[in-house]
Design a protein around this ligand. Structure first.
Ligand SMILES: *[C@@H]1O[C@H](CO)[C@@H](O)[C@H](O)[C@H]1NC(C)=O
Ligand SMILES: *[C@@H]1O[C@H](CO)[C@@H](O)[C@H](O)[C@H]1NC(C)=O
Ligand SMILES: *[C@@H]1O[C@H](CO)[C@@H](O)[C@H](O)[C@H]1NC(C)=O
Length: 398
């Protein structure tokens, strides 16, 4: 009888070490950085005008984290040109590694946390103006003041408990974005599509009612990924939300409270992460593939017609794992895995399985599009479907 341990080992062996252990970020000059890309190195791909060819610069250097956590998060402190890297060292799960993008150097900031904060299970944003990280873990809100740090200080910094979140957090796998010093929560249970709960940072105030967004499109009430576009130096105004089904990219402006759309990513991957600059939205897929789409803050028709492309200069130095093969069932597999993530319980399982490097790990096929207008074929990364097929392989070895 094949033991559960062996099955887990088999799954682990087929999951590349970087799944969830890498991240992308922009520095303050809007250079694209990839940390712990395939082959375990860090890269600076420069600005978007250089991404179509050539090779990104290897910036791997001493003091970097081991990148062995499975849920690495990266944030840009724009005023300090520093990247804060969370969850990248399982031996120091709370610590934050700081990459000083100006000096190209690393330091390790010691962080303490109250028992209610789970460093392996939280979502967070970095507030642009105050440089405070706000996190939601187990239904509780926490804050962490990063001061003006672009290198670690000798004394530790503590996550502070800011009380129970005044939104439904049971069965909620949080999706948070920052704009205008407000935190916006997507996919909160019992909140209709097109509306977001809001926490007003400066007054530590939960708005009693969700804010409706009008406009040409309505984002679904679903789990997904959210990230904010930077402005030259001011607070963010536009949030990109990519639901797990990847059907479209929803852009919400928090001044006008309207939503418009851009195409969904070519690689449909509920485990992908995203980072936006001023004029680009970038996806890091669990295969390690990095793709981007241009964004124009003042031209919604340009945005709706924009196209996703591969960041070639990163693909040439850190090629994505796995090949692709054709298969028409891929679309339904992806949407099944997307649906399963909403409750939160299976989110991490999908994350672990989604990063397969096996040749069967991805397939192309037509994916459903909520607009019904897309004819592009999409590369679909199998999430739970892959885990199931691997489980089948394991069982057949009995
Ligand atoms: C992660 O790296 C740290 C530092 O090298 C090490 O102490 C820890 O055991 C590693 N964790 C895992 C799960 O390999
Ligand atoms: C939570 O929100 C409700 C309205 O939705 C409000 O009545 C209540 O006072 C709030 N509680 C706290 C602690 O802010
Ligand atoms: C947009 O929503 C915010 C947050 O609820 C609100 O303060 C603001 O007045 C709204 N703006 C408009 C133009 O409706």
């Amino acid at each position: 009888m094949l033991s559960l341990f062996k099955l887990v080992t088999l799954l682990a062996l087929t999951t590349p070490s970087f799944a969830g252990s890498s991240c992308i970020a922009f520095d303050a000059s809007m250079n694209l950085l990839l940390f712990n890309g395939n082959q375990g190195k860090d890269y600076n791909a420069g600005t978007s005008d250089t991404w179509a060819s050539g090779t990104a610069k290897d910036i791997t250097t001493t003091g970097r984290p081991p990148f062995n956590g499975s849920n690495v998060k990266c944030y840009l402190a724009q005023f300090f040109n520093a990247i804060y890297v969370l969850g990248a060292d399982t031996a120091n799960a709370n610590d934050i590694y700081i990459y000083d993008a100006g000096a190209s150097s690393w330091s390790q900031q010691h962080i303490t946390a109250p028992s209610g904060f789970d460093p392996t299970n939280f979502q967070a944003i970095l507030d642009h103006d105050t440089n405070v990280i706000y996190g939601l873990s187990g239904g509780e809100t926490f804050s962490l003041d990063m001061g003006e740090l672009k290198a670690a200080q000798s004394s530790s910094i503590a996550w502070l408990d800011q009380g129970v979140a005044n939104i439904t957090t049971t069965n909620y796998n949080p999706v948070m974005a920052i704009a205008q010093n407000h935190i916006f929560f997507y996919g909160v249970p019992n909140i209709p599509a097109g509306s977001l709960n809001i926490f007003v940072i400066h007054f530590a105030f939960w708005q009693p009612d969700a804010q409706p967004f009008t406009g040409s499109a309505q984002f679904p009430d679903s789990h997904g990924q959210a990230t904010s576009f930077f402005l030259d130096s001011a607070v963010q105004e536009n949030i990109a939300f990519i639901p797990d089904d990847g059907s479209q990219t929803f852009i919400s402006n928090v001044q006008t409270n309207t939503t418009s759309t851009m195409p969904g990513p070519t690689i449909v991957d509920a485990s992908a992460t995203y980072f936006a600059s001023e004029k680009e939205l970038v996806q890091l897929a669990s295969s390690g593939a990095v793709s981007w789409i241009p964004f124009n803050p003042s031209d919604t028709s340009a945005n709706s017609g924009a196209k996703w492309s591969t960041v070639q200069s990163l693909a040439s130095v850190a090629p994505p794992s796995g090949g692709s093969s054709s298969g028409s069932s891929a679309g339904s597999s992806a949407s099944a895995s997307g649906n399963s993530v909403k409750g939160g319980a299976t989110g991490s399982a999908t994350k672990a399985a989604g990063g397969s490097s096996t040749p069967s790990g991805s397939a192309t096929g037509s994916a459903p599009s909520s607009s019904g207008s897309s004819t592009a074929s999409r590369e679909v990364v199998w999430g739970s479907g892959l885990a199931l097929s691997l489980a089948g392989v394991a069982l057949s070895l009995l």
